[in-house]
Unconditional design. Sequence first.
Length: 73
Amino acid sequence: MITVICNFERFFFFLFWVAVFVFSVPLLLPYLACQMPLPVLRLFCECFLGIAMFSQCLYFYFVGICCVPHKRP
């Protein structure tokens, strides 16, 4: 039962991270706008990158909490 929950949560957060990554692809122009001195575009870019990094952290955090201890013998 623990293994099923572990696999489900790992799969869910993997999908969540992939979704964030996929939605970030159309926003590569705002990412390039980070290099520009336009405050609004720069703020938007930094905000979005922050969300993407936070979701990636959540993914690794929950996979580590849920799955790593149960894989040890």
